[in-house]
Design a protein. Sequence first.
Lengths: 211, 145
Amino acid sequence: MDRWWSDGTERGGVLWGGVIAIVLTGTFLGVFQNALVRRGDKDDGLAWKYVPPKLDTLESLQAAAGGTAPTPAPAPASADPNDPLQMPADLGGTEIPDVGRPIEITVKTARGLVDSKGAAIIDAREAADYAAGHIPGAVNLPFDEVITDPVRLEAFDPKGKPILVYCGGATCELSMKLGYELVRLGKKRVLVYTGGWPEWTAMGYPVEKGA
Amino acid sequence: MAALEFFRHPTVRRIAQIGAGVIFLAAALPKIADLESFAGSIHNFHMEPVVPMALTNVLAVTIPWIELVAGLALIANVKPRAGAVVYTVLMTFFTIAVIAALARGLSFDCGCFGKSGAANLGAMKLLENVGMLVLGLVASLERRG
């Protein structure tokens, strides 16, 4: 083996040398390309350190607003704090502030809003997933379709209620992106239920089927 | 073993190498075009217990280019066996990541071939990965004579 290229007979040191060469070349090209792009414009390419997308939670906003977080009424001794039936159901949409960006909500708040019909709900998953089951009252606006078609998003009328967005991922970056898009289009009080469909079904909460 | 002899046939191995190379090119190009989506996909796997989250972007920047170089090596028949080993090792990691995600009940578009309308993680994805892994093993078989 005295050629730098080969017909697939390389083995031992030559083989591993080739493996290392491929990995190093790829790594170098990737880092080089990204560095080059970022030299042109810092917003292009990827930051070297990853910062996970994060939203303010409703609880943190309420706490910041000066302790207006609803203190739960003293429950009976036998009460299970995780029992959804004993949670305050009526949020009515009135306690939700408009902060000009999406707000993350928990399954508890989501359940309250669904039960009280206090929010217009958007299911951002694909149509087939929606048809197989969704949160009661949700309207299907698949992320891939509407992100390229803002007219459909603009036409969505929450009738003065907050908008609750959810999708199928565990942290649901799609619903976050959709939330930001809705705010950009001028929608008020956009809530992102990050637990989404997996958490909702895991809790055994009511679902609705059909397209 | 007769079956192994069949896979050792130069033509069979060469076809496997080209197939694996095409798969890696098809996987690499959309990711390079949209690194941000790929970083989001990596984040979705939630590998923080093993891979620090801060490394997400470093992986997103380097993996597609390693795929590209390995894919080109496989197709162009330049160090194809080394390319096949890189392919197989990466595919093993991907398959482990898919299994780990499925085991925790995560469901999302894996971004394996970029963002374009891929289905969510599921049994099909796992099967696909195992198939691609076998292809890599065949492509990495040592040539005799």
